[in-house]
Ligand binder design. Sequence first.
Ligand code: ATP
Ligand code: MG
Length: 438
Amino acid sequence: MKQKIKYLIWGCSTAIIALTAIQTYFIYNTYILKEKDAETLVRAELTRMESEINIDSIRNDWFTKAEILVRTKGAEAAATFLSRGSPAISRQVGAYIKKNKILEKYHTTYEVIIRKVSLHGDGYALNLNNKRWFANGVINGGHQLILHDLITNIDAGGGLVRDFNSRSSFTIHDGSNSILREMFGLLIFSVVLLTVVILLFYFSIRSLITQKKIADMQTDFINNITHEFNTPLATMGIALSTVRSQLLLMEENSISSNGLNVIDRQYHRLKKLINQVVTHTGVTGQLVLQKVEIPLMDFLGNLLDDFQSAHSGIDLIRKLKDEPEEILTDPFYLTTAMTNLLENAVKYGGTQIIFDVVKQENSCLFMITDNGIGIAQADIGHIFQKFYRVEKGDIHTTKGLGLGLYYTRRIAAAHGGEVTVQSIPGKGSTFTMTIPIA
Ligand code: ATP
Ligand code: MG
């Protein structure tokens, strides 16, 4: 059992780890897909922006301006002009991005770098490398994505050469946050699901361990009590035979010998009961009956006499019929079953007990009715289970193992019969044991 629980804990832990890994993998994949989606969307929007603000013509104008400057004010003035970048276009781009829902949502920054510009003409040469042309923010620090490269080499004729090499790139600054916000529901759901699974595993294993502990305790308990009971019983047995042999020597005294018979009967019952506890608490196999023909009414008469002498305060109403009929049964087990029912009737509040026998064609019904506390409907289905006891606010007011009815039902079943119960809480209960006699 311990080994089984260990395997179960291992199995559960592995399952939880695998589940978490799969979940994480799926969430991660979703994240990557969403990131790619965002990138594609932003790329498309920026390309649209470039064509809408007509970046080509802006570039050509700007280029022409530089050339004019070279000619009119010299290469240096043109270089200064070029290195300033273009704040006006930067503003235009900034406004466009702010207005565009997608670009704004992802906090996109866009930048165009002039990687190389060369103007070679008659008597002058202008070279500029890696200058920022225009942008709506800083790209550094983010993951830079290339939108496109633009390379133009134009031999404008007359010894004029234009080289222009630019790169537009962008960065999605708020990508992960936006994506995580979109995935928030999914994330929460996954976490809740995992927590529920972990809790379910935890509680199942915990209750299993508790049950095992209880089962161990029950076994220990039974082993202990049987041991403790056997010692005084053995002594009692010896004392009993001594008393009996002394009585034989003395003058016949019917009162003492009657009393001695009761003690003897109960002594043997007690011995058998203890053996029964040992044999049957752990085993669920069939009981082996030793059936003999017994005169039913005499048998019940003795049984009820013994019961009445043990509980003199109880109003026991016997409805025995005066028939000399014999039935085939195991008297020891039948006594156990009847005694269990009668003892319960007293234990659970009965002050008046009606013992009724109804003989039918093929079966015999023993009905024990008490006026005790009764049994709630919810418990009725359980009281025949091994070790089941009705709990009253977690405190058992009466002592017991919860085995009585379990035995009784097994005894009835071994005879081919059954035990049923009808009860009204607060009013009392009727237990009916039916045994086939044909
Ligand atoms: P023991 O093993 O000593 O008989 P027990 O009496 O608690 O212990 P059962 O005889 O199996 O165990 O009974 C199971 C439960 O059914 C009892 O704990 C009790 O709550 C309920 N019960 C049984 N008989 C009656 C009754 N006549 N009236 C009310 N409740 C009963
Ligand atoms: Mg009982």
